[in-house]
Design a protein around this ligand. Structure first.
Ligand code: CDP
Length: 234
């Protein structure tokens, strides 16, 4: 039987949450899935990085929680979709490169422990997901931001693999960093992210865990696309 076009049901849109440790390829996977499914991709880490950059630019000490909270209403973050990927904007200025610099990477996890910062960003993230058709990566997406996401992935890989991948990525982008700093930075961020009181990084009980240490990007993508198709029902 052939269905007339007008009688075809629109495909169900879902939310895909990708969480995991630092530098385990969450954003790469999310970007690839978004392209395949024609979904919106949001890198929630870029939002925490943008807030951190703002505090650095203004000379605000992140240890002064009241001072940080006072400037939060002045921070406006948005993303623009480009062929090369999403660009992050902070108060109208493109900051995609700046937010990846070592200065920001060193401070972002302490900033992300602040409840006022998390409240503001989680609210924005939930708004972005209101009409579904979204893939968001981060640390608390499946547990706090979208606890009812239809598909939750928890990515992991060995520390050595993650450090090597991030080092190569920084080199390709022309951001100076040395491998020892990269490894130390990701171990330290994992420690802070997993032990903070507010929304610590943890695997949601209904997440699918994928260790991608020995997986090629295309193998990982095929696995997650199969899971996504089951949830979408196509
Ligand atoms: O790319 P990578 O995995 O190294 O980190 P990111 O996604 O850019 O996130 C930077 C930092 O933001 C993390 O280490 C966390 O401290 C914080 N973050 C968070 O607390 N919650 C999220 N949903 C996303 C990021």
């Amino acid at each position: 039987m052939r269905l007339e076009k007008s009688k075809l049901l629109p495909l169900k849109k879902i939310i895909i949450a990708i969480d995991g440790f630092s530098s385990c390829g969450k954003s790469t996977l999310a970007r690839q899935l978004a392209a395949k499914l024609d979904y919106v991709f949001i890198d929630s880490g870029a939002m925490y990085r943008a807030v951190t950059l703002y505090l650095i630019q203004r000379g605000i000490d992140h240890r002064d929680a009241a001072a940080v909270e006072a400037v939060l209403p002045q921070i406006y973050i948005h993303f623009e979709r480009q062929a090369s990927g999403n660009l992050t904007f902070l108060n109208g200025e493109a900051v995609e490169q700046q937010i990846r610099q070592t200065q920001v990477s060193d401070l972002v996890s302490p900033v992300a422990t602040l409840s006022a910062v998390r409240r503001m960003l989680v609210q924005q993230q939930q708004k972005l997901g209101e009409s579904k058709g979204i893939i968001m990566d981060g640390r608390d997406i499946g547990t706090v931001v979208f606890p009812r996401a239809e598909l939750k992935i928890f990515l992991t890989a060995t520390t050595t693999t993650r450090a090597e991948r991030r080092y190569l990525e920084l080199q390709q982008k022309g951001t100076p960093a040395d491998i020892d700093w990269v490894r130390h930075n990701l171990e330290e961020r994992d420690r802070i992210d997993s032990t903070r009181a507010d929304s610590p990084l943890r695997q949601a009980s209904d997440a699918v865990v994928i260790d991608n240490t020995n997986l090629k990007p295309e193998e990982q993508l095929a696995m997650v696309m199969a899971l996504a198709r089951m949830r979408i029902g196509s």
